[in-house]
Design a protein around this ligand. Structure first.
Ligand SMILES: *Cc1c(COP(=O)(O)O)cnc(C)c1O
Length: 467
């Protein structure tokens, strides 16, 4: 039970005493120390034990130490070890320890990133990150950034900016007059665009199906020659990094076509845009500087802690106009107000860990990280091929699609891999065929992790029982 505090000191020690933090810290260290030993995916027992959380809402206050103990005892083993070196499911990324430590500190600050007057430090770090990102990615000067949860929201913001601007050029203010009776826009999108693109289109009133789909090649890239004739009503959506194959659309050529007619080009570069930070991978992102908006996730390839996405827009005023909120009590001054660039008002100060990630790595570190993830993906492909697996994609970035002799064998092998606890990969379907999907996106992955995982693939395949 919480006793009603009588003094300021007592109140402080009850609500802000350091004991819970010490306790949480020791659990966190125990978790870090065990991360390489334990199953990558929780054991059946750990999952079963989650039933302890399935209780009625307690009537009375709970004991702090006991609550933290339960969280660690039952919660920690039921996590997926995406901060370890052998998690290859989805394109999640890990977190760089220095950045995570900075986030711990920022958690204690508990800043609201909406306005400068709510957090000068966060506003400063947003401004610094903006400058660094524009430099790192080679985007036009004065490109504006908004710091959001991830690329789902970043895509939404970029497409909102594009929609609004294309309509404004036709003398239609969608913020004021809405979409009913608005001049028609055309949405041009690759056949393998990420599902969040369609979600954003739906949220923006542009419709998931009112799109012109551009055919894709064997790697999932838009075929520029098969694009429809573009005009100034077109919102063109390209992709830097296909979630299955890792392939990049021919953005340079698409941008050239779009520029000739004043169409808007958005780049969904959730994990792939970081290729721009590597001298050997940069070629994949050629021409991105000619686009109008970009979405990227720092929590993926860059290994910033969750959640950390960025919308970048070449025209500051257009992004601000699309996200605009005004109210008498909201003072916008000379300084950066983060909420002007994002859909949310209250937000956590995620620029802190982004800044820490970028400052810790530096340009060389980003390049080394990107190159290392790609090298590991290549190593996976080479070693698995040598073991008799089929590699279904051209490995150009961090993604590898793997198959066995038959669809049934592939599915059974994947199931065994997932059960093994040795590593974790997801499944997908590639050109109509089931595939095991490897995403290498943790700084913590070593050559030994790749080799151990390949061995797990072989064991899983050899032991696979299928009809
Ligand atoms: C992950 C991803 C998204 C969605 O990003 P979130 O951060 O999960 O919201 C969008 N597009 C691509 C290509 C992705 O890989």
């Amino acid at each position: 039970m919480i006793k009603k505090p009588d003094t300021q000191d007592e109140m402080y020690s009850q609500t802000f005493g350091k004991k819970p933090f010490e306790q949480a810290k020791s659990y966190a260290y125990a978790y870090m120390d065990g991360i390489h030993e334990r199953n990558v995916f929780p054991t059946d027992e750990a999952v079963k034990n989650l039933a302890v959380f399935d209780e009625p809402f307690p009537a009375a206050s709970s004991n702090a130490a006991e609550l933290l103990r339960i969280l660690h005892e039952y919660g920690s083993p039921a996590t997926v070890t995406q901060t370890g070196g052998r998690y290859f499911g989805f394109v999640t990324g890990s977190s760089i320890p220095t950045a995570l430590a900075a986030k711990w500190l920022a958690d204690v600050w508990d800043q609201n990133a909406a306005l400068y007057v709510m957090s000068p430090i966060n506003a400063q770090l947003e401004a610094t990150c903006e400058k660094w990102l524009v430099d790192l990615l080679g985007l036009p000067a004065d490109t504006a950034t908004g710091f959001v949860t991830g690329s789902s929201t970043a895509n939404f913001c970029g497409l909102a900016a594009g929609r609004n601007e294309l309509l404004k050029r036709q003398c239609w203010d969608v913020n004021v007059d809405g979409l009913f009776d608005a001049p028609k826009l055309r949405v041009v999108v690759g056949g393998q665009a990420h599902t969040t693109i369609f979600k954003a289109l739906a949220l923006l009133g542009l419709g998931k199906s009112r799109v012109e789909i551009v055919p894709t090649d064997s790697q999932g890239r838009m075929i520029a020659d098969k694009m429809p004739e573009l005009d100034s009503r077109c919102l063109v959506i390209t992709q830097a990094g296909n979630v299955n194959s890792g392939a990049f659309d021919p953005i340079d050529e698409i941008c050239d076509r779009a520029r000739r007619v004043n169409a808007w080009v958005h780049v969904d570069g959730a994990f792939g845009l970081w290729a721009a930070g590597s001298r050997t991978k940069k070629i994949l992102t050629q021409g991105i500087d000619k686009a109008d908006s970009w979405a990227v996730d720092a929590h993926k390839t860059l290994n910033a802690p969750y959640d950390c996405g960025i919308i970048l827009c070449k025209y500051r005023e257009i992004l601000i106009a699309a996200m605009q909120v005004t109210a008498a009590y909201i003072p916008h001054g000379e300084q950066r107000d983060g909420m002007q660039y994002t859909p949310e008002m209250s937000r956590r100060g995620r620029a802190v860990e982004l800044w820490a990630t970028l400052k810790f790595l530096g340009k060389d570190g980003v390049e080394e990280l990107v190159d290392r993830l790609c090298d590991h993906a290549q190593r996976f492909a080479d070693n698995l091929r040598a073991e008799g697996f089929r590699i279904l994609n051209d490995v150009v970035f961090n993604q590898v699609l793997v198959a066995c002799d038959s669809p049934e064998h592939t599915k059974a092998t994947l199931e065994n891999i997932q059960k093994s606890g040795e590593c974790w990969c997801g499944g997908s379907v590639w050109n109509g065929e089931p595939a095991i999907r490897i995403s290498v996106c943790s700084w913590a992955t070593t050559v030994a992790d790749v080799e151990r995982s390949v061995a797990a693939f072989v064991t899983a395949r050899n032991g696979a029982i299928f009809p």
